[in-house]
Design a protein around this ligand. Structure first.
Ligand code: BGC
Length: 804
């Protein structure tokens, strides 16, 4: 098995949606699903092209109200390329006889290949080999090469190359009652002899998208004689290339496409820019060459090499691959966030949630400039977050649960339960913890990079404004002499209110309150850390005075954290909920990961039960080391010992359905040291989430980027026990039994560190110029470290020593 390739043998219409999502190609600027070039959207195929940040809003009248949604727009389809022998039908895999079919996603080189042999009604056999790329360096370009080899026939063939603007957003079945036509085609025309162009504009955001496609045909490297015919239909333009083909002379067709938008930098006229770009674009071989080089450089930064099962290695690469296609070095030039479902489909409408919490740790230690760009997306939306806070009666910055173009709250107001067919209120915007995640991300980025400029001019302001929000939402409770945070939701989306309560929201979610305390404290640290002049300026700009800073300190020590049976409660009153009949429901329904939908369809509510969709309290053990968490709780006047930690993990693990793909990542992480084999089982399940579509159909609607990046980080930091905090750098490797080795390089505060882990060996090499800590901890042993140092270590009886 090649661990750089995801391969499929045979054509299976029912699998197309999944394959399309998993074989998406992109470059951070735009991405296109791995739909067949000759396929149209229908029951099985769903071509989709999405531009990073390419949103539009539409209004639908539904369930008696007018609902506005912002969507990542499915853009005109640039893929169409097909052929037919004279007198025959256009290639259609659903209707023709398929003699062989293979599809390969080559992650090393960023290519999608399909090889097939088909036989038409007349018995004509044709072998077709298709290769596609979305250029990783020239991010406005994409290209397709088809080789068409007639095996037993000769004669005229027609090749059709099109740009299709008859596209709507219909990739997610449960959104199909919503308005879906986001753009109008303004022009569709021929440009010069070899190219066609299409210009579209979205209806509300007035985003202009231009595509220009150049199509050429060759026999070997020689252009073939051909006749071109223009095909114009409503919102659709194509060129038919009529050529003579014969059994001994395969035909090579190259389609090169340029895409520009009015959102680009340095742009005036997207269509003009696309025309200029296509005129200067190289041929397929040249583009392939430069594309491969760009990927090779990216892999240098991003790869991790395992000595383990090939499948584990392959899936980890698949996850890194999709992450780097969604956000890439091009992200730095864009003003975009990282959508939870990638640029791979329409689930969650391309919105941005808290999932970057699971994504940034990988980027921080590989390509931190991408994290910086993505944090700036949040920084630019501070005014909107301030407005949201103000409107809700708070101060500071309250980030939205779902964010899109402007950073306003994009969470839908109603959602459809496909099991009951009912539209229900969606209260998930009460997940105020998203703001804490953003603050956490700012700080962890700073810790990994020591990017002082960022902290001084962006990060500290975000931290202060988020801290101010937490201070204003916290209410003093004189009875218990503590601060409460009420009316919120934790990460577990199964609980949005108390059973039978009229109003949505829960009180004192343990995760939220501990995070709020941490943010308040970090904002104070950040103010101490930045330059005094900058601190003065920031305090002046934000009208921050000593009294307010003292209040932050006080609140950070006195927030309430509920406990029951000696363990932290998910929220206040959690202990009064009923136990859920896990066995009974598993027996009845099999798959119960979305038991919120099952129970609602039964007329019941998951709010009544001790049943979580995903990790909530346990998020604390994921985001902080035990020592850090203990310090944080001590600051709040609570204490947890090791026994409480393991009881807490067991308690919530047993009561979680893993209805979110993020859940297994967290659970695997928290068990990494105490129960290696369970942790490994969970990691393997998390690895399979998308590639095997274990949630039964959700991957076709878009990959789960948080879980993908989270699994990579689980190996990168979880299995290696990597902890970076202030001047503290520690590795505490616990490789799972079937992982015999792991090599990776990490970027730490401006330098690359090389790490090689064996079963009980470890080599750490610092580059010349290393300016990180002068000692590092491995397990509980400390070793001197410095520029050019190489530590060759062996573990015996739990303690590490140098190999002489
Ligand atoms: C999860 C959220 C997540 C969202 C987007 C939901 O199913 O519960 O935690 O942010 O998906 O991935």
């Amino acid at each position: 098995m090649n661990d750089w390739k995801l391969c499929y043998d045979g054509f299976d219409p029912a699998q197309e949606g999944l394959r399309e999502a998993l074989c998406t190609l992109g470059n951070g600027y735009f991405a296109t699903r791995g739909a067949a070039e000759e396929a149209e959207a229908g029951e099985f195929h769903y071509p989709g092209t999405y531009l990073a940040g390419g949103y539009n809003r539409l209004t639908t009248d539904l369930a008696g109200r007018s609902i506005e949604n912002e969507d990542l727009v499915n853009l005109p389809n640039w893929l169409p390329l097909t052929f037919r022998p004279e007198g025959g039908d256009w290639l259609n895999l659903l209707a023709t006889e398929i003699l062989s079919y293979r599809q390969e996603l080559d992650m090393q080189h960023g290519l999608l290949r399909r090889m097939m042999r088909v036989k038409d009604r007349e018995g004509r056999i044709t072998a077709i080999s298709a290769t596609r790329l979305v250029h990783m360096q020239e991010h406005h370009l994409a290209a397709i090469e088809w080789e068409i080899r007639p095996e037993n026939w000769s004669g005229k063939a027609t090749i059709r190359s099109a740009l299709d603007g008859r596209v709507v957003n219909s990739g997610v079945e449960r959104y199909r009652q919503l308005a879906s036509r986001h753009f109008a085609v303004l022009t569709a025309e021929q440009v010069g002899e070899e190219s066609i162009a299409l210009l579209a504009e979205t209806s509300q955001s007035h985003l202009r998208i231009a595509q220009v496609a150049r199509t050429r045909a060759f026999a070997g490297h020689q252009p073939v004689r051909l006749e071109r015919q223009l095909v114009e239909e409503q919102d659709f333009i194509a060129q038919d290339l009529v050529v003579a083909s014969s059994a001994d002379q395969p035909l090579r067709v190259e389609k090169v496409v340029a895409m520009y938008s009015s959102r680009d930098r340095a742009i005036s006229d997207p269509l003009g820019a696309a025309c200029i770009c296509i005129a200067g674009a190289g041929d397929f071989a040249e583009l392939l060459d430069s594309h491969k080089r760009a990927w090779s450089q990216l892999w240098w930064h991003g790869d991790l090499v395992l000595e383990a099962r090939h499948r584990t290695q392959m899936i980890l690469r698949l996850h890194i691959f999709h992450l780097l296609q969604t956000v890439s070095p091009h992200t730095g030039d864009l003003d975009v966030g990282v959508p939870a479902r990638g640029l791979h489909g329409e689930a969650y409408r391309g919105h941005i949630f808290w999932d970057e919490l699971f994504i940034f740790p990988f980027l921080n230690l590989r390509l931190p400039q991408i994290t910086r760009a993505l944090l700036l997306y949040r920084y630019r939306r501070l005014p909107e977050a301030r407005r949201l806070a103000r409107e809700a009666g708070f101060r500071g910055a309250m980030y939205p649960w779902q964010s899109g173009s402007t950073g306003r709250e994009e969470t839908q107001v109603v959602h459809l339960n496909p099991k009951s067919g009912r539209w229900l209120p969606d209260n998930s915007q009460l997940q105020r913890h998203v703001s804490a995640a953003i603050a956490y991300n700012v700080w962890r980025y700073y810790d990994a990079t020591r990017d002082e400029e960022f902290l001084n001019f962006h990060g500290a302001e975000m931290l202060c404004e988020i801290a101010r929000f937490w201070a204003s939402i916290a209410r003093w409770n004189p009875k218990r002499e503590r601060y409460d945070i009420c009316g919120v939701m934790g990460p577990d989306e199964f609980h949005d209110s108390y059973p039978d309560a009229e109003q949505a929201g829960l009180d004192n979610n343990a995760y939220t309150n501990v995070m709020a305390s941490w943010v308040l404290q970090r904002a104070l640290t950040a103010l101490d850390r930045i330059e005094p002049v900058r601190r003065g300026q920031l305090c002046e700009t934000l009208s921050l005075d000593d009294a307010e800073l003292e209040a932050w300190d006080e609140i950070s020590r006195k927030l309430f954290v509920p406990f029951h049976d000696g363990i932290p409660s998910q929220f206040e009153g959690y202990e009064h909920l009923e136990e859920f009949d896990w066995e009974g429901y598993r027996g009845k329904y099999g798959d119960i990961h979305r038991l919120d939908r099952i129970l609602e369809a039964e007329g019941d509510s998951v709010n009544r039960y001790k049943a979580s969709k995903q990790a909530d309290v346990l998020m604390l053990f994921y985001l902080f080391s035990i020592e850090e968490l203990q310090e944080q709780l001590e600051r709040l006047g609570y204490s947890i010992d090791d026994d409480t930690v393991s009881r807490t993990i067991d308690y919530y693990r047993q009561r979680t359905s893993d209805g979110s793909t993020l859940s297994r990542v967290v659970h695997s992480w928290v068990l990494a040291h105490s129960d290696r084999s369970r942790s490994w089982t969970l990691l393997r399940e998390a690895l399979e989430s998308d590639v095997a579509d274990t949630q039964g159909g959700t991957t076709a609607e878009g990959i789960h980027l948080g879980a993908m990046a989270g699994t990579v980080d689980l190996v990168q930091r979880g299995q290696t026990g990597l902890e970076i905090r202030e001047a503290f750098f520690r590795l505490d490797p616990h490789l799972p039994e079937d992982m015999r080795g792991l090599s990776l390089r990490l970027r730490y505060r401006g330098h690359w560190l090389e790490l090689e882990f064996g079963c009980d060996t470890l080599t750490v090499t610092a580059p010349n110029g290393w300016s990180g800590p002068e000692s590092i901890m491995i397990g509980s042993d400390t070793f001197p470290f410095g520029a050019g140092a190489k530590l060759d270590l062996q573990c015996r009886g739990g303690s590490w020593s140098s190999v002489a």
